[in-house]
Design a protein around this ligand. Structure first.
Ligand SMILES: Nc1ncnc2c1ncn2[C@@H]1O[C@H](COP(=O)(O)OP(=O)(O)OP(=O)(O)O)[C@@H](O)[C@H]1O
Ligand SMILES: [Mg+2]
Length: 269
């Protein structure tokens, strides 16, 4: 099989499991390997920029809050009632026009979340869906979506059409339960490659216990990321782990995960 395009990854999971840190670090490591990376922040409290090492001069203005853009592209004012709007708005120029650029050249598009309720077919959602669906990737391009915590985004269908869904879990039964529900919802969206990644592992006994529980719940843990004190120190110093220590166990584990994904996607090319 020959793979003519790069791929899209969505990173999801329970609150606080490490989605943003993992998504942002993957973006930086893939950019370092020479890939063009578009990082998309799909959280109502967007903070992916800081993991990417971007300093803000002006406050972030997510796409869903750009009323003029939404109206121009969909033909409807956000929040209007009973409106007709185009479900297939033009989106191809949006990443270039509205992205911030990180020191490694990663494009960051802050999309945000429409406040208009679960599953809503509102102009904002139409624009966001079209945006994520219609990004055309060449062979060396990768898109990484940092999702909001929990399961609501499945109802909005934001991640429909991604090539990989990474469900981040931590060593708690609650995060496994969220992962299980995410897996079922991902299948409904037709996402075929769903990988569970166990983060914040403190010991092999802990990992073994969680893997056993995951197997009982039909979840397959594909990779581990250790709990790393370097991450904590970096955070206290106000720098990202990538800038603090590129040889830290966290960074090395994320680099291995990137290699694993690349091998999987480009295998048999
Ligand atoms: N492997 C790790 N070792 C140590 N600390 C970690 C590790 N992974 C994540 N953390 C810490 O856990 C906290 C949550 O991480 P992060 O913000 O990436 O999670 P999130 O899933 O994006 O959260 P939210 O649901 O709020 O978006 C942060 O303080 C982060 O530094
Ligand atoms: Mg986050």
């Amino acid at each position: 099989m020959s793979v003519e395009r790069g791929f899209k990854i969505a990173v999801c999971g329970k609150g606080g499991v490490g989605k943003t840190l993992i998504a942002g670090t993957m973006a930086r490591l893939l950019a370092k390997r020479g890939f063009k990376v578009l990082a998309i922040d799909v959280d109502s409290n967007p903070n992916l920029y800081s993991v990417l090492g971007i300093r803000l001069d002006t406050p972030l203005r997510p796409i869903v809050d750009r009323e003029e853009l939404i109206e121009e592209r969909t033909g409807a004012k956000p929040g209007g009632w009973g409106l007709f709007f185009t479900l297939n708005p033009r989106v191809d120029d949006i990443p270039d026009k509205y992205s911030l650029i990180s020191p490694e050249g990663i494009k960051l598009l802050t999309v945000g979340i429409s406040r208009a309720g679960l599953g809503c077919m509102c102009p904002q959602n139409a624009l966001v869906k079209a945006l994520i669906d219609h990004i055309v990737l060449d062979r060396s391009e990768i898109v990484i979506l940092d999702m909001e915590a929990g399961l609501e985004h499945f109802g909005r269908g934001t991640a429909r059409g991604v090539d990989y869904l990474l469900i981040i879990i931590e060593p708690t039964i609650k995060s496994l339960e969220t992962a299980k529900r995410s897996l079922l919802l991902a299948r409904e969206l037709g996402i075929s490659r769903v990988w569970c990644i166990l983060n914040k592992v403190k010991s092999s006994e802990e990992a073994d216990y969680i893997i056993k529980k995951a197997i009982e719940m039909n979840l397959q843990v594909k990779a581990f990321i250790p709990y790393d004190i370097n991450v904590v120190t970096a955070e206290l110093l106000g720098v990202s782990i990538f800038d603090y220590n590129k040889n830290s166990p966290f960074i090395l584990a994320i680099d291995k995960l990137c290699q694993y994904l690349l091998n999987d996607w480009y295998k048999g090319k």
